[in-house]
Each structure stands twice: as structure tokens, then as C-alpha cells.
Design a protein around this ligand. Structure first.
Ligand SMILES: [Zn+2]
Length: 141
């Protein structure tokens, strides 16, 4: 099974390029295996060293996810499997509208998400952009 990469592994800083060819089923299987074994809320492909613009979370596998609109800022206390044992208070948006493609790139989906679901998807898309939550900590002075 693929191993989860831990900060400061530099692969986590890599920006996943837009997926232009279908995602092979073996990639999906590798992501699902790790996702289920670590009991994650979500997982981005680059967290297990795969160069694909794909995230997985409880409800969906999303290829090339894009947040089209967002509103209602909130403060979110988050942890990350790539930053074990730590929590960070960061700013997210409570409501997002997100679009993504199916693994074969043939179908585009979109949905509104709010609350925890919205935060998870924002967290995972940040991973695809090489951004970890320890870089987004709110100043608490
Ligand atoms: Zn994370």
C-alpha cells in the first residue's frame, strides 16, 4: 500500500497539474486503500506521492476540483494526517460551490457544500495546490 507522506516531505509542496487524461483505476484503488486505512476525512493524491489532481473524501472522488464561488468566512480548527498530532485554527469559507470531473473526464459534476463538507474539500484542494494548514494559521495576538 502507498504510504502517507509527512511534512516536510517536499512532494507535499508540489502543485498537482490539471488532469488531462483519464485517471487509471489503479490510482483510484491506491487512494481508496489509504483513505480507508487511515480513516481520513479526505485525501489528496499528492499526499501519497501520486502526481494526479484528484481528491477523495467521504462522499466523492473529484478530479480537477474547482471552487467556483465561496462565501461566509469562518474559523476552522483543523488537523491534517500529513501534520500528525497538531491542530491549526485557520480561515475557511462556510459555503462553496464546487465543480469536478469524473475519473474518465467525461462528466462534469457540481454541487453546493457547507460546513464541515465545505471545509474538507477546501483542505484537500489546498493540498493539490501545495498548501498545508500550517501555512494558513490565523494570528491570535
Ligand atoms: Zn491534510
Amino acid at each position: 500500500m502507498k504510504k502517507l507522506l509527512i511534512y516536510p516531505n517536499q512532494y507535499l509542496k508540489r502543485i498537482a497539474p490539471t488532469q488531462r487524461v483519464p485517471i487509471h483505476s489503479s490510482v483510484i484503488r491506491k487512494m481508496k486503500d489509504v483513505f480507508l486505512s487511515v480513516k481520513a476525512a479526505g485525501l489528496a493524491a499528492n499526499q501519497i506521492g501520486l502526481p494526479h489532481r484528484v481528491i477523495i473524501w467521504e462522499h466523492e472522488l473529484m478530479v480537477n476540483p474547482i471552487i467556483r464561488t465561496m462565501k461566509d468566512p469562518l474559523e476552522s480548527l483543523e488537523s491534517c494526517l500529513s501534520l500528525p498530532g497538531q491542530q491549526f485554527l485557520i480561515r475557511r469559507m462556510n459555503k462553496i460551490h464546487v465543480c469536478w470531473l469524473s475519473p474518465d473526464l467525461q462528466i462534469m459534476y457540481d454541487t453546493d457544500l457547507s460546513g464541515l463538507d465545505a471545509c474538507i474539500v477546501q483542505h484537500e484542494i489546498d493540498h493539490l495546490n501545495g498548501i498545508l494548514i500550517n501555512e494558513k494559521v490565523l494570528q491570535t495576538s
